[in-house]
Design a protein around this ligand. Structure first.
Ligand SMILES: [Zn+2]
Length: 322
């Protein structure tokens, strides 16, 4: 990962309110535009990291951020022993392939331009499933932010107003984030903005999944819905992350939970039906897309977005045309 100091030296930070550059002087972070609110009111610093957030237009709350100061933790603690968790969740087979493809493309572009690829992880406070190689690649400048402080972020930010300059990164990874933001289309526009021309995005998001982030869980996407969200990108690959068997397994667990109000009972039911997940490999991929547990999109930024009249032609599922 690139250090915060190196990021400051590269002058990539932009004010989340007005887009002007952000100045870092004597431990204070301010907008360089004298007319901006954040010129006189510096951005807060939480555990040594700037919170570059326009708090008037964010669900993020400066008081809550301050309350967690010093309690830097990796979220999503495991509730089950690892072997049982592996039985239920399996291995993410899509993300490692998509990330490998992204790295291959960006390394090739970077070699031609004689520089290192710069990749941004939106919602990168926890290292996502199957994207570990991004973090271990010594030839990538990796930038990560999230709505909370963690050892693997350089700053705190809100995806609705990414505090980076236009065209400042070569790749963006946004995994298990778009369902948990209020306005995913705004976040997708921001990703498009911070990517350079021909930059690469990898997005993965839940489709047939129950609420899993409580009060901060807002939206689900079909495969076609995710394609429309990233209409300003040329498709490299897209489809289901996990199929209908995985979706059914989680549905049974949530059904048992609703019936008994018991998380342990829900877990026992899921463990009894863990084999459903393995049925995914026998499903027709077209029908699996219509009932997938999650969907993904890998694409390159383009100046020619898909038109409204053309989006239906994209459909990859099993329903007959017409
Ligand atoms: Zn500003």
């Amino acid at each position: 990962m690139i250090t915060l100091d190196a990021l400051i030296d590269q002058g990539l930070f932009a004010c989340p309110r007005c887009g002007s550059s952000v100045r870092h002087e004597s431990a204070s972070w301010r907008c360089s535009n004298a007319a901006c609110h954040y010129a006189k009111n510096p951005f807060p610093v939480v555990s040594g990291k700037p919170a570059l957030v326009d708090f008037e237009k964010s669900v993020l709350d400066v008081g809550r951020l301050r309350a967690t100061e010093g309690a830097s933790v990796m979220r999503r603690k495991r509730r089950l022993p690892r072997p049982l968790l592996r039985l239920l969740e399996g291995r993410n087979r899509v993300a490692p392939l998509a990330v490998a493809r992204m790295l291959e493309l960006l390394h090739r572009d970077a070699a031609e331009a004689n520089r290192r690829p710069r990749i941004l992880v939106v919602g990168g406070g926890t290292i996502g499933s199957g994207v570990e190689t991004l973090y271990s690649d010594p030839d990538v400048d990796l930038i990560a932010f999230d709505v909370y402080e963690s050892p693997v972020v350089q700053f705190i930010g809100d995806g609705h107003a990414i505090p980076l300059a236009d065209g400042s990164v070569d790749g963006v990874v946004v995994q298990a984030v778009l369902a948990y933001v209020l306005e995913p289309w705004v976040v997708a526009q921001e990703i498009h903005r911070v990517l350079r021309d021909d930059g690469v995005v990898f997005a993965a998001t839940p489709f047939m999944q129950q609420v899993c982030e409580g009060a901060y869980d807002f939206t689900r996407f079909t495969d076609t819905g995710l394609r429309w969200l990233f209409r300003g990108f040329e498709r490299i690959e897209s489809g289901a992350v996990a199929g209908a068997g995985t979706a059914l397994l989680w549905s049974l667990g949530y059904f048992a939970r609703a019936l008994t109000r018991s998380l342990p009972v829900s877990r026992i039911v899921q463990l009894a039906f863990f084999w459903l997940r393995h049925m995914d490999r026998f499903l027709d991929p077209r029908y699996a897309i219509d009932a997938a547990s999650g969907v993904f999109f890998l694409g390159r930024k383009t100046a020619r977005p898909i038109a409204q009249g053309d989006i239906a032609k994209y459909y990859q599922g099993g329903f007959p045309a017409g």
